[in-house]
Design a protein around this ligand. Sequence first.
Ligand code: NAP
Length: 306
Amino acid sequence: MRAFFAARSAMWSDWAPALTAACPELDLAREGDPASFDAVIHAPGYPEDGTAMDFRPFTRARLVQSLWAGVERIAPNPTLTQPLCRMVDPGLAQGMVEYCAGWVLRAHLGMDRYAQDGIWRNDTVPPLAAERSVVVLGMGELGAAVGRALAALGFRVTGWSASGRPVEGLEVLPGSRLDEALARAEILVTLLPDTPDTRDLLDAERLARLPRGAVLINPGRGTLVVEEALIAALDAGRLGHAVLDVFRTEPLPAGHPFWRHPGITVTPHIAAETRPTTAARLVAENLRRAMDGRPLLYQVDRNRGY
Ligand code: NAP
């Protein structure tokens, strides 16, 4: 089977060996007649000249496999008529669990109070996780993994998703109960995809429903949060802190107010990376399924956008 590698050339040296090891029968190429390929393996940033990918010449392709979990840049592409599948990777999920657990614990324990300012701050007893209510918006592959890990640490975890689909060991509220979820969120972790329904979800009104001093951790997508409303909530002391990994414009422009706001920690979209060695197994499985005409794994619903 032949697959076209539609990703930045810098990714080739890591991905080509991982993909061919997971799928020895694969003929992987970066050039050639588009009509000769059975599948396209795609990552944002391709084509490297900034133009939109044109899938029309890939007339034989039975699958477009994204190497990213978030597909908002490719799902609306009007030239894409082939089935699109998104990335679900144990390495990616573990990275997200570690990023979120790290920031949740830092916020929960108030570690930033103990800056090296020469003051012996032993006036308060550190809280226990069982005393802290954490809410995770988005109970998909990543949100559910993060929710379960936080619950295992002892936090009181509530999940929220459109369907309210159960996740073992967690209470999950459905879409209609967003206000209730927000009201519980001393720490709010957001792992929602960027779709027309999630865009600007955290506006001034919704941010106002959080408990006073709440901490927001957003490694999902930057479009979720109305930037001016976030800054206003921080300035008014209604929100305690925000840790943001994703932004409406990436890289975050040098002059953006987030960089210098004392209530905001910026991380540069590094929360979780797809790991070629673990992710290649899903790509191989989906390539084989596509060739055999079997149902594909993690196919994107283009109407929903995720
Ligand atoms: P997923 O498995 O598709 O899960 C998405 C979750 O969001 C589902 O629980 C879904 O609800 C829920 N959802 C979608 N639209 C909703 C809406 N309008 N209202 C309420 N809930 C809604 O996705 P995933 O693999 O967990 O990834 C989540 C996102 O993380 C990605 O889309 C990407 O944007 C982001 N991400 C970031 C990084 C990083 O490094 N910062 C890395 C990877 C991924 P249902 O369960 O009801 O369908």
